[in-house]
Design a protein. Sequence first.
Length: 136
Amino acid sequence: MDGAPCYEATTNAIRVVVQIFWLDDQSVPDEHRFAWVYRIRIENLGDETVQLLRRTWEIMDAAGRTEHVHGDGVVGEQPVLEPGQVFEYTSGTGLQTPTGFMRGRYHMIAARTRQPFDVQIPPFSLDCPYHPAIIH
């Protein structure tokens, strides 16, 4: 993944890498609208086929407002990942403040055993490039 900020976590042999991009053309700071897109890469490092069934997100802005998002799959899919396989997708979010955080979980199932398990989506910072630097 190229030079944008990158965050990574591995849980139960599933690696999740998140890359964040500021959307200047969709952000209007004077109207308290700040937008980002994130690209996520999910890689099955294990030896068992898995399926991503659901996702849970927690989105927090600098004012302390928190939004919880739950849904089936990602971008309309419930991908199956065989050992060594990768699934990538892109989505976006907006805040009313120039900084914030996102974190979450993928709810997955092992294909052979039907055993459910959760995979951490690493916490990542959403930062407007025009806002004074804040260490998150």
